[in-house]
Design a protein around this ligand. Structure first.
Ligand code: UDP
Ligand code: MG
Length: 190
């Protein structure tokens, strides 16, 4: 299986680039953020709990996310490969993901790290907030999300570097330019 972690700060283009990868490479897509938003919409127990974190820009606790992910993975057993978008966000989540994949006879192929300046991230997220209806696309919450990214999530870069799986890609430019860089990186590990 071709399992790809699409990594980057909030607003770095993970969702947009994942869509292009799905089309080009026939992969499945798991966005834990989308799963959580669907749970919130359904007002499930997980959704209600997740909402209290998401609206503040904080991370949903590892054990909640890991449980959600295990269910999703089992549903994708026969996939050619999975794109993990917005997950893992902490070192314990990365370790849990590796264990879950190993138990299913597979592993992460590559981690694609989309690099975008903070200033541009804020611009993009504020723009998205005008139409997304997301409770977390406002300046105050965006700032906490960026802090959370820098404090808890960016250490994953060294974690995946140590496993020889980290590939950094410039996430600025047109959507097509960025996708061309990603395509090249995927061809190298395919
Ligand atoms: N979130 C989380 N763990 C995840 C995915 C999402 O805690 O694995 C929460 C977190 O509060 C985050 C929000 O959901 O700020 C939105 O996540 P998403 O990945 O959709 O946003 P992005 O970072 O892509 O803008
Ligand atoms: Mg996203």
């Amino acid at each position: 299986m071709l399992n790809i972690v699409v990594f980057g700060a909030p607003g770095s283009g993970k969702g947009t680039q994942s869509e292009l990868m799905i089309k080009k490479f026939g992969l499945d897509h798991v966005s834990t953020g989308d799963v959580l938003r669907a749970e919130i919409k359904a007002q499930s127990e997980v959704g209600k709990l997740a909402e209290t974190y998401i609206s503040k820009g904080e991370l949903v606790p590892d054990e909640v996310i890991i449980k959600v992910l295990a269910n999703v993975l089992d549903a994708k057993k026969n996939s050619k490969g999975v794109i993990f978008d917005g997950f893992p966000r902490t070192i314990p989540q990365a370790k849990a993901l590796k264990t879950m994949l190993n138990e299913r006879g597979t592993d992460i192929s590559v981690m694609l790290d989309l690099k975008v300046d903070d200033e541009e991230l804020i611009d993009r997220l504020l723009k998205r907030g005008q139409t997304s209806g997301r409770s977390d696309d406002n300046l105050e919450t965006i700032k906490s999300r960026l802090d959370v990214y820098h404090n808890y999530t960016s250490p994953l870069i060294d974690h995946y570097k140590a496993e020889g799986k980290h590939k950094e890609k410039k996430g600025m430019g047109t959507i097509e330019e960025i996708f061309a860089r990603i395509e090249k990186a995927i061809e190298e590990v395919k």
